[in-house]
Design a protein around this ligand. Sequence first.
Ligand code: NDP
Ligand code: 2IT
Length: 446
Amino acid sequence: MPEQVVESIMEAVVARNPGETEFHQAVHEVAESVAIAIKKHPELARAKIFERIMEPERQIIFRVPWQDDSGRIHINRGFRVEFNSAIGPYKGGLRFHPSVYLGIIKFLGFEQVFKNALTTTPIGGGKGGSDFDPKGKTDNEVMRFCQSFMSELFRHVGPDTDVPAGDIGVGTREIGYLFGQYKKLTNSFTGTLTGKGLGWGGSLVRKEATGYGLIYFISRMLQTLGKDWKDLPVVISGSGNVSIYACERAQQFGARVIAMSDSNGYIVDEAGIKLDTVKKIKEVQRGRIKEYAAEHSSAQYNEGSAGIWTVPCKVALPSATQNEIDVESAQSLVKNGCIAVGEGANMPSTPEAIQTFIDNGVSFGPAKAANAGGVVTSALEMCQNSMRLDWTFEEVDKRLHLIMDSIYDQAVQAAEAFGVPGNLADGANIAGFLKVAHAMMAQGLV
Ligand code: NDP
Ligand code: 2IT
């Protein structure tokens, strides 16, 4: 696709999907990479494969009514976008966050298609969620919301159709309530959701998987720079599922993680983050990162989450949310000597921020590749559920590590083959796209 084709595709995307700015951003980024691949594969342009991928196979939007503990009625909106099933059942998380609207779910679903293709496992792409805010809700309120959400979703999903999992605001608690309602409505115990609890179909390592996978991926990037984790100062944004387990593995590999955040602010602890405290505050008490500073005199708390990128570090792992690193934050990381950025979150860097990293020789691990460990392990959970077997922690972790290595290799090899050596973002987009494109070509115009 020459440059004019990318521009005309973008005009069409914006006209057909007005106001969905995150979706436009995600499509633009992939279109630019794929243009390189399509030059070598004109048959894919003639078959309009990219244009077909951009249009979700199915989009479901539904009402989610629920009652709070005082009996008041609330109405939220639920989404499931079934994006692409060329290589397997739709697969991807559910996000519960007040910022959720169709444009967020579509950007996430679109990215998921290519990420899942890179995993080497047979899963298509989808995403869902709601503008429900679990913060400050009681367990009973969250349970009633999840039951109402699943009362509609259950008819659209299934172990060979669409397999949701967690994302922001959806962890083991929410998956439990969703699973209970799904099981009751369908009278079947299947692997329709992943991220289930241990003892009722969940896989060991799923909780740790995105964070651990991120660290395995960045290890490969560091190797090519002739570095390892030992004593490297690392900054990780967020303090949720991805951030906590990225911190755990990085520390186990000898890194010095010095800052973490939430949407209110960030903590800096030059003595090294005490992860047990973060786990207690975030996983047990569902509290705020600010509370960390009250427990450790070596730490300071600062208001405002973006300030975390002014903390000097060698490795930055944005693991909170989309567009959290803008060009100023990227410049500040570069100025302070950052050598590698690994995206734990989905689309955390703006296009200008990515360009800043590339222009300044900062090694850049794109989300689709670097944070694929979560969905990789979800696919391993599906596999264990189908076999009615549970693998050990070591077995799952070994497979996760091998697959993260393969994802890294695919990105490197595609970047080389298509004339952009070292550009892992282009490489990951091209490798993921070609896998889906070839499957779609083989399956005809459906
Ligand atoms: P969690 O809900 O466990 O944690 C989210 C973290 O990010 C919290 O610290 C939260 O702070 C912070 N955050 C959320 N929204 C914002 C915002 N608008 N501004 C600043 N901070 C924010 O989610 P996960 O850890 O699961 O997900 C984090 C990222 O990783 C997301 O981009 C997700 O799509 C991606 N991801 C997740 C995977 C998974 O398996 N869970 C797999 C691959 C990617 P606060 O508590 O204040 O809201
Ligand atoms: O963005 C992601 O890859 C996820 N939230 C995990 C999806 C999954 O199905 O495990």
